[in-house]
Design a protein around this ligand. Structure first.
Ligand code: BES
Ligand code: ZN
Length: 634
C-alpha cells in the first residue's frame, strides 16, 4: 500500500492536470505592474531574477500523514531574458524526482542540478531552460528535513483524534516545502490542488473552502501576487464560523466557540484599518487557530492569519495580536520588505498600525499601555545587546551577511521601528502623517521596499512636499546607529502610573493592591515591575492572593514564571513545566529557558523539561532553544 502511494498520486496529478492559462487583471493590478521594480539583490536567495523570474505557481500536492511527506508537482510560469539558459530556484532538503520544462502545456524532460546544501540557505536548484520555455515542472516530495512543516499527532491537538499539519514559511523556510524563488522581493500568483485525508480540511493563504468534502481534494487560488514567505498550508480537523460579511474563524471543534467569542471584533478592526490607511485589498480576512505548538503568536498569511491558541484568554484582552496580523495586510503583504535586512519595514510599520487600530478600538489610554510595555521590552533588549557586543543589531537596517534572517527577529525591528514612526508622526502632525501613509500604501502596493527607497520616498513626499523640520542626520541616527536616540518618544499612561503607585504602597505598607479593575496589561506591568529581590513572603502572599501561577492567561503566565525564576519561587515550577511542555510559542519559551539556564539548578530543570517538550516544538523554536541550552541532538 505505502509503496504504491506516490505512484497512485502521480497518476492523480496527471489526471487533474494543470491550468496553465496566463493571468489577466486582478484587483486592478497585473503581473507586469507587480514587477515594475527589478528586485534588488537578496543575499538569502539563490534566485537570479534578472535572468528568469517566477510569475505564477500551480501546486498539485498530496499530503500523506503516514509518511509525514508531501508529494507534489510545482509548475512554475516564468518570464525570462531571451538569452537566459537556466532558472535558479531555492530549495532546502527537498527530494526532487524529476524536472520538466516547456512552452504552454508541453512538458519535456530537462536537466537540473542541486548545489551542495548550505545550512541556512539550502540548495540552489538550477534548471536548464530550452530557448522558448515559459514553464517548468518539478516533481518532488518533502523530507523529514522540511523545516517549515510541523506534523502533529492527534495527542498534540485539542481534539486528540486527528493529526494536524501546518507550515511556517517566514523568513526562508518556504523552500523546504516548495521549490521556488524564496525572496521577499519576488511576487507571484498561485493556484493549488491539494489532496488530504477525507476527514480533514485543507486551507491555504488563498481563497479557501469553508466546508469539508468527501474526496478530500481542495482547490485554492491566490489572485494577488505574493512573495514566497506568505505561502501557507494548514490541514486538520477544523471547522469554520462566520464572524461577519468578509471574515470568519477556523478552529478545531473543541475551540470554535471560544475562538468566535475572542475574535468577534474583527469586522470592526477591518473597518478601522481601512479608514486609516486605505482599502483592504485581499477580499476576505479569516483566521485559523492552530494547535499550541505554533511557534509564533500570529503569522500574517494573506487572507488567512495563522494564530496561536494562547491568545484565547476568554476576555478579548490579547486581540492586539489580531490587529497586528491584520495590519500586515498593508505593511508587509502589500508593501513588502525587499530583503530581510529591511525587516523593520514590515514589523515596525505593523506595530505602529496595530497601535493605531487599538487606539481607535479601545481608546488612547488602552493603546498607551501597549506602547509602554513595548518601550520597556525595547529598552531591556537594547541594553542587553549593547552589553553583548551586538550593537550593530540595534540598527533598524540590519547586516545579515552570512547569517540567518531569523537573527533579525528582535524587538528592534518591531519596537524601535514603531518608535521611529511615532517620532515621525510627532514631527509631522497626525493629519499630514496619516495622509502620507495612505499614499505610501497606495503608491507602493504589491511592490517591495528597501530602507533606502523608503527614505527617498519620505524625503520627497513628506519632508520636502510638506516642509517638515526633519533632518537627514536625524533619520540616519534612527536607521543606521546603535541604541536609541535621545529624541525617543515616551508614551504616557496614567493607568500604569496608578499601578506603580499600588506597587510602591504594597512594598511600603504591605497592603495588597485592589486589582478588580485591572486589565491584562496592568497585570503585566505590575508583574514586570516587581523588584528582583522581592521578599519571599511577599512573593507567596501575592501568589496566594491572585494565584498567578495558575493564571489562564498565557501572557501573564509567561511574565510570572520569568519572575518566579528570578525569585527561585519553587511553587510555580510544576506549572511552569506544564506551560513549557504545552506551548511552543518561541516568544514565551526563549526568555524562560534563557533565565533558567543562568543557574546550575535551573539549567538541569530546563534540560529535563526540554527533553520531554522538544518533540512537541516546531523547528523554529527547537533551533532557538537548542542554542540557548547548548542542546545537541546527536
Ligand atoms: N510575521 C511575524 C512573525 C514572524 C516574523 C515569523 C519573522 C517569522 C519570521 C508576525 O506578524 C509577528 O510579528 N508575530 C508576533 C505578533 C506580535 C508582535 C503581536 C508574534 O508571533 O509574537
Ligand atoms: Zn508582525
Amino acid at each position: 500500500m505505502k509503496v504504491n502511494l506516490h505512484i497512485v498520486f502521480f497518476c492523480w496529478l496527471i489526471a487533474t492536470g494543470c491550468n496553465q492559462s496566463g493571468r489577466d487583471h486582478i484587483s486592478g493590478i497585473t503581473t507586469d505592474e507587480a514587477l515594475m521594480t527589478t528586485p534588488v539583490k537578496d543575499i538569502h536567495s539563490y534566485a537570479e531574477p534578472s535572468q528568469a523570474i517566477m510569475q505564477h505557481l500551480n501546486w498539485q500536492a498530496e499530503v500523506d500523514f503516514d509518511s509525514s511527506r508531501i508529494y507534489a508537482k510545482a509548475s512554475i510560469r516564468i518570464s525570462k531574458d531571451p538569452n537566459a539558459e537556466v532558472l535558479l530556484l531555492d530549495s532546502k532538503n527537498l527530494h526532487i524526482d524529476s524536472v520538466k520544462a516547456g512552452t504552454g502545456i508541453v512538458e519535456s524532460p530537462t536537466e537540473f542540478t542541486l548545489s551542495d546544501p548550505d545550512e541556512i540557505m539550502g540548495s540552489a536548484l538550477e534548471i536548464k531552460l530550452p530557448k522558448e520555455a515559459d514553464w517548468v515542472h518539478i516533481y518532488y516530495r518533502t523530507t523529514a528535513g522540511a523545516e517549515a512543516l510541523q506534523w502533529l499527532n492527534p495527542r498534540q491537538t485539542a481534539g486528540k483524534e486527528h493529526p494536524f499539519l501546518f507550515t511556517q514559511s517566514q523568513a526562508i523556510l518556504a523552500r523546504s516545502w516548495i521549490p521556488l524563488q524564496d525572496s521577499p522581493g519576488i511576487r507571484f500568483t498561485y493556484e493549488a490542488t491539494v489532496k488530504v485525508p477525507p476527514d480533514l480540511l485543507a486551507l491555504m493563504s488563498a481563497e479557501n473552502p469553508q466546508q469539508r468534502n468527501d474526496q478530500g481534494v481542495y482547490h485554492f487560488e491566490m489572485k494577488q501576487p505574493i512573495p514566497a514567505y506568505l505561502m501557507a498550508l494548514a490541514v486538520g480537523d477544523v471547522e469554520f464560523r462566520s464572524l461577519g460579511p468578509r471574515s470568519g474563524v477556523y478552529a478545531e471543534p473543541a475551540l470554535i466557540d471560544e475562538s468566535a467569542y475572542e475574535f468577534a471584533e474583527i469586522e470592526q478592526m477591518i473597518s478601522i484599518a481601512e479608514k486609516l490607511y486605505g482599502p483592504y485589498r485581499w477580499e476576505r480576512y479569516d483566521l485559523i487557530v492552530l494547535p499550541p505548538s505554533f511557534p509564533f503568536g500570529g503569522m500574517e498569511n494573506p487572507r488567512l492569519t495563522f494564530a496561536t491558541p494562547t491568545i484565547l484568554a476568554g476576555d478579548r484582552s490579547l486581540t492586539s495580536l489580531v490587529a497586528h496580523e491584520l495590519a500586515h495586510s498593508w505593511s508587509g503583504n502589500l508593501v513588502t520588505n525587499a530583503t530581510w535586512e529591511d525587516f523593520w519595514l514590515n514589523e515596525g510599520f505593523t506595530v505602529y498600525f496595530e497601535n493605531r487600530i487599538m487606539e481607535a478600538l479601545n481608546g488612547r489610554d488602552y493603546s498607551e499601555m501597549l506602547a509602554l510595555l513595548a518601550l520597556q521590552d525595547l529598552k531591556a533588549e537594547v541594553k542587553e545587546m549593547m552589553g553583548n557586543q551586538q550593537g550593530s543589531d540595534t540598527h533598524l537596517k540590519l547586516d545579515l551577511t552570512n547569517r540567518n534572517p531569523d537573527d533579525g527577529v528582535t524587538t528592534i525591528a518591531y519596537d524601535k521601528g514603531y518608535f521611529f514612526l511615532r517620532w515621525l508622526e510627532k514631527k509631522t502632525g497626525r493629519a499630514v502623517w496619516d495622509q502620507f501613509l495612505i499614499n505610501y500604501f497606495q503608491d507602493n502596493a504589491f511592490n517591495s521596499m528597501t530602507t533606502e527607497h523608503f527614505l527617498r520616498y519620505l524625503q520627497k513626499n513628506l519632508i520636502e512636499q510638506q516642509h517638515i523640520n526633519i533632518y537627514q542626520d536625524e533619520l540616519e541616527e534612527w536607521i543606521y546607529h546603535s541604541g536609541l536616540p535621545e529624541s525617543l518618544p515616551v508614551p504616557e499612561s496614567t493607568r500604569f502610573d496608578a499601578v506603580d503607585d499600588d506597587l510602591e504602597n504594597w512594598l511600603g505598607s504591605q497592603r495588597l493592591p485592589v486589582t478588580g479593575q485591572w486589565s491584562t496589561h496592568e497585570w503585566l506591568h505590575f508583574i514586570k515591575s516587581l523588584p528582583d529581590d522581592l521578599d519571599s513572603t511577599l512573593v507567596t502572599e501575592l501568589d496566594n492572593a491572585f494565584d498567578l501561577t495558575n493564571s489562564s492567561n498565557a501572557e501573564i503566565q509567561a511574565a510570572w514564571y520569568l519572575k518566579a525564576i528570578t525569585f527561585n519561587y519553587q511553587n510555580a515550577y510544576p506549572a511552569m513545566a506544564g506551560f513549557l511542555e504545552g506551548v511552543g510559542r518561541r516568544k514565551f519559551l526563549s526568555p524562560l529557558y534563557k533565565a533558567l539556564a543562568e543557574t546550575d539548578a535551573g539549567k538541569s530543570f530546563a534540560l529535563e523539561v526540554y527533553q520531554r517538550a522538544r518533540p512537541n516544538y516546531h523547528f523554529v523554536s527547537v533551533s532557538s532553544i537548542d542554542g540557548i541550552l547548548g542542546f545537541d541532538d546527536e
